[in-house]
Ligand binder design. Structure first.
Ligand code: ADP
Ligand code: MG
Length: 284
């Protein structure tokens, strides 16, 4: 959190203890955030897209990340998924640096082995599902557990079937992606991420490429997974109603900074910044 935000938001929280889940969560899990972004900056060439982000996500916490297009939401998720390296700052998962590792008592840049280990704690679902068209649904989902976790075919299939059942696709194990609707494909992509049993999962606008009538089925699958509770989630979304229902905390970012954050109630009912007020107007 930048200093300005800290001044503008923290005193409000202090004033109203017990008001909202954020405070409760912060207190009960004070010691160990699941994920911690500290002073994160990211530039692509001359373009600085993340300008200093501090953000903790607690075990099991669901945060919704909202904000205008181009504000850096995807980049935040991709850094956690080890797809982009921060230009400066530290990301830790369960107190262990993501992009650095310890070598002979010193922190050095992470090697591929460290990144692979850390990546095992994170899952990500993208706007475009990127299923392998030449593999059945079941094979799409068993592929990573077999190749990355080294599970046997049977073990991987057991797990995959369980996850496909969770997303309501146990009838589709042996069909190919081309035989599925967009919503079904996205649910396979969710099962494919879940099967790796990540501790935190990033959902990056997973419904924005779908026909409107298919959005609901995907959101309700995510809602159900959220209700199971144990996995932390970063929900990057333009579905405000969904964010309100599912998130413990909503973060509004713009131009690479966190502008405002709080419980859905606080943010949607009573947005403080003009930027958030203007942003939310568009969804009314
Ligand atoms: P959001 O998800 O909030 O729409 P992004 O994180 O995708 O925002 O992008 C933030 C900014 O960074 C945008 O201006 C985008 O064009 C730019 N950007 C993202 N990825 C790259 C990249 N690999 N190379 C150059 N610019 C990038
Ligand atoms: Mg994006």
């Amino acid at each position: 959190m930048n200093a300005q935000l800290e001044r503008s938001i923290m005193p409000e929280e202090e004033k109203s203890p017990g008001d909202g889940r954020l405070i409760e969560l912060t207190r009960t899990s004070q010691t160990n955030p699941m994920v911690r972004y500290q002073s994160i900056q990211k530039s692509f060439g001359d373009l600085q897209v993340i300008k200093g982000i501090d953000l903790d996500i607690f075990p099991g916490e669901k945060i919704a990340l909202i904000g205008p297009s181009g504000s850096g939401k995807t980049t935040l998720g991709r850094m956690l998924m080890t797809l982009e390296e921060p230009s400066s700052g530290t990301i830790t998962i369960e107190d262990e640096p993501l992009w650095q590792m310890e070598l002979k008592g010193k922190l050095v840049r992470a090697n591929e082995k460290h990144l692979r280990k850390m990546r095992g704690k994170v899952g990500m679902v993208f706007q475009h599902f990127n299923l392998f068209p030449h593999l059945t649904v079941l094979c799409n989902v068993t592929m990573a557990p077999r190749s990355v976790l080294g599970l046997s075919k049977e073990e991987a299939e057991d797990r995959a079937v369980m996850m496909l059942r969770k997303v309501g696709l146990e009838q589709k194990l042996h069909v190919y992606p081309s035989q599925l609707s967009g919503g079904q494909k996205q649910r396979v992509a969710i099962a494919r991420a879940l099967v790796m049993q990540p501790k935190v999962m990033v959902f990056d606008e997973v419904t924005s490429a779908l026909d409107p009538e298919l959005v609901g089925e995907v959101l309700s699958v995510i809602k159900e997974i959220a209700l199971e509770g144990q996995m932390a989630m970063m929900l990057i979304t333009h579905e405000m109603e969904f964010a309100r229902e599912v998130a413990d905390r909503v973060i509004f970012g713009a131009e690479g900074l966190i502008v405002e954050q709080g419980t859905p109630e606080e943010l949607f009912r009573n947005p403080k910044s003009e930027r958030l007020q203007a942003f939310l107007q568009r969804f009314l």
